[in-house]
Write a protein that binds this ligand. Structure first.
Ligand code: T3D
Length: 261
């Protein structure tokens, strides 16, 4: 069985974490499959949005800890190798993908699983789902971008509470705290997430890619630099066929037919 199920329909690339008997805990194979699918999506004009979810009752329990058992007396593990070659490249690819990624968090998202969800552009979660920064419970530091995303999304006080205590945060609190876009009823999750992904897949793909760039650069920029960046990105957006079509459709009072070009 493949650790990630991959399918494509209507411009949406669907990626489903597929180790349901292990709460979709991450293995190097799973992380590589995600990275490779995203790599292929960059230049594939048929893919205009990505939908990420998990099979079974969990979204993802983070690193598969059964691969981290250490015999007494054995040399300690160097986790920088795993982060450097497996997790960090995945998070970078997700943030740099010039197409929107929708995440449907179908159940618990823990450890790196929580932060992989937060690296997506629009996060929907089932009301029964939860987010757990489980790292401190096993003596680790939040990774996969957790220490970057959390303070930016919910502020330092809440980020610190989540990281230190490692408690479950419900999907509804995650929405109220601004950690995610929306909590939805369990049976509506996949329907709403797929509708959202399909709508994005028929949008101005290049404009979306540029706006991702602008927003994700923002926390590291002063206003001056951000204004310059907006100017440069708007230049590129203004050259797209979709911009031409968007303005024409507006003036002709009709729905735009974006081609992602
Ligand atoms: O190592 C590196 O490369 C560095 C990078 C690290 C990144 C990380 O993600 S570190 C953090 C790793 N993840 C965790 O610490 C989470 C561990 N799991 C939990 O805290 C809980 O299981 C959950 C909060 C996710 C869910 O709780 P609950 O009560 O719904 O389920 P459960 O009963 O705890 O788990 C169900 C089964 O899944 C259970 O197995 P069993 O008893 O039925 O055979 C449990 O052991 C297994 N499981 C859950 N999480 C993992 C796991 N097995 C392996 N790895 C897991 N991460």
């Amino acid at each position: 069985m493949s650790a990630v199920l991959i399918s494509s329909d209507g411009g949406v690339l669907s990626l489903t974490l597929n180790r349901p008997d292990r709460l979709n805990a991450c293995t190097p194979e799973m992380l590589a499959a995600l990275r490779e699918a995203l790599d292929r999506a960059i230049d594939d004009g048929r893919v205009r949005a990505v939908l990420l979810t998990g099979a079974g009752k969990a979204f993802c329990a983070g690193q598969d800890l059964s691969l981290r058992r250490q015999d007494p007396g054995a040399a300690p593990l160097d986790l920088s190798v795993s982060l450097g070659s497996n997790y960090n490249p995945l998070i970078r690819r997700m943030r740099e993908l010039p197409k929107p990624i929708v995440c449907a968090v179908n159940g618990v998202a823990a450890g790196a699983g929580a932060n992989i969800a937060l690296a997506c552009d629009l996060v929907l979660a089932a009301r029964s789902a939860s987010f757990v920064q489980a790292f401190s419970k096993i003596g680790l530091v939040p990774d996969s971008g957790g220490t970057y995303f959390l303070p930016r999304l919910v502020g330092m006080a809440r980020a610190m509470g989540l990281a230190l205590l490692g408690e479950r945060l419900s999907a509804e609190d995650a929405e109220h705290w601004g950690l995610i876009w929306k909590a939805v009823d369990d049976d509506a999750l996949l329907i709403e997430a797929a509708e959202l992904a399909r709508a994005l897949a028929s949008g101005p793909t290049r404009g979306y890619g540029l706006l991702k760039k602008a927003l994700y650069a923002s926390p590291g920029n002063l206003l001056d630099a951000q204004l310059d960046l907006e100017r440069d990105l708007q230049r590129q957006a203004g050259f797209t066929e979709d911009y031409r079509e968007g303005v024409a459709a507006f003036l002709e009072k009709r729905a735009p037919q974006f081609k992602g070009k």
